[in-house]
Design a protein around this ligand. Structure first.
Ligand SMILES: [Zn+2]
Length: 403
């Protein structure tokens, strides 16, 4: 047994801090590791050498600010993580390694009327197919991140009612997938995973406080505070879609009137255009037509942007994030929607909260959630198996032999 505070347990703790920082970021220079962990440059240098000798990390030459540096990432073959994302009409699976490289990714349409057991059958099949195709060792799968388009109760892991996949409410998605695939599964809602995806791989890189706003059939936000997803005790933080904009407005699915969602989500926006543009119009179509110059679609997108901007202004006044990332179909409209969002934020947020804010479209498009699921699996896996070799060496060198 190691004594807390002994040299060997301190050494082990430092190893864990470095491995954790690299695991979450993908790759870091030694200077960045020192900043992220609070360890001295000399300690980081020694630890990186030890981890490299033990095969836990790989070190490659890079440049940082024009200067030569060494980029540290976990060894690609140290472990495998899997992301599974159930969307409103799709199922997407990605396989990645601990160096944050995506080895395979595939999506297929998912019938919205499919029962939850059919949905999980398809997910199980697709995961097995991609594992086989990439030839990864099943024993190296460290965990699965799973995204679902509805609220997850933090205590019980139960999926709340979801308008997007009716009939799925009340199931325990992580337990279901764990039972089928036999590896640890961590579950979260799509907005939180979109936030994680953009934070680790996309428009939120390098930022510690971020709000990801997803506008699709509903409106949700994933909040990152000081580098971590903020879920709240019940898991419902970020319900930005139900901020009241107009007490006399349309009735929302939550039972209130004039929620932000009733001015911005597809079921409310599309009917405004269908009389003039035909019944088959989709949100994707509205964005495409607006980009081609259609005045009606441009007007509707600008209105949606201004409404989202009021919600973002409220969010800024409460949380003061440094970046807001817009996801979902609407993000493809670029400045047509971002301009009006910025205009509303400028009008309604207090200047000190808006000053340091940048509003960007997501960089990952429809992949944000599945990459966020990979990031979730990476953040939830422990480091114990990764450090087995090194810790034994560290303990040997730091403690006297008792035999
Ligand atoms: Zn509502």
């Amino acid at each position: 047994m190691e004594t807390p505070g002994s040299q060997s347990s301190l050494h082990r703790a430092n190893l864990e801090r470095v491995v954790r920082a690299v695991r979450l970021a993908g790759s870091l220079t030694q200077a960045e590791i020192a900043r992220a962990t609070g360890l001295s440059a000399a300690t980081v240098s020694n630890i990186v050498r030890e981890l490299k000798d033990g095969g836990t990390v790989q070190v490659t030459p890079t440049s940082a600010g024009g200067r030569r540096a060494r980029s540290v990432s976990l060894s690609g073959d140290a472990g495998i993580v899997i992301g599974v994302d159930f969307g409103h009409a799709h199922l997407r699976v990605a396989i990645g390694n601990l160096a944050h490289q995506v080895l395979a990714e595939e999506s297929e349409p998912l019938d919205v009327d499919a029962s939850w057991s059919q949905g999980f059958d398809r997910a199980e099949e697709l995961v097995n197919r991609l594992v086989e195709a990439t030839g990864v060792d099943r024993a190296k799968i460290a965990g699965i991140g799973l995204g679902v388009p509805g609220p997850i109760d933090v205590e019980s892991g139960t999926l709340g009612s979801t308008a997007i996949l009716p009939g799925w409410g009340g199931i325990k998605p992580a337990e279901e997938l764990r039972g089928r695939l036999g590896v640890p599964v961590h579950v979260d809602n799509d907005a939180n995973l979109g936030a994680l995806g953009e934070l680790v791989w996309g428009s939120g890189r390098g930022v510690r406080d971020l709000a990801y706003i997803k506008i699709a059939s509903g409106v949700g936000a994933g909040l990152v505070i000081n580098g971590k997803i903020y879920r709240g005790p019940g898991g419902t933080a970020g319900e930005i879609g139900h901020i009241t904009l107009d007490e006399g407005g349309p009735v929302c699915r939550c039972g209130n009137r004039g929620c932000l969602e009733t001015f911005t989500a597809a079921p409310f926006v599309l009917p405004l255009l269908q009389p003039s543009h035909g019944p088959g119009l989709t949100m994707e179509g509205v964005v495409r037509l607006a980009r081609e110059g259609d005045p009606g679609c441009r007007r509707v997108i600008a209105d949606v942007g201004r409404h989202i901007g009021s919600g973002v202004a409220n969010l800024c006044n409460l949380l003061n994030p440094s970046r807001v990332v817009l996801g979902g179909d609407l993000a493809e409209a670029g400045e047509l929607v971002l301009g009006p969002i910025r205009e509303s934020v400028g009008r309604y947020a207090i200047p000190s909260a808006a000053r340091q804010l940048t509003i960007l479209p997501g960089a990952l498009g429809g992949r944000a959630e599945v990459l966020g699921a990979l990031a979730l699996a990476l953040s939830e896996m422990g480091d114990s198996t990764l450090l087995d070799g090194c810790a034994a060496d560290g303990a040997r060198s730091a403690t006297p032999a008792f035999t």
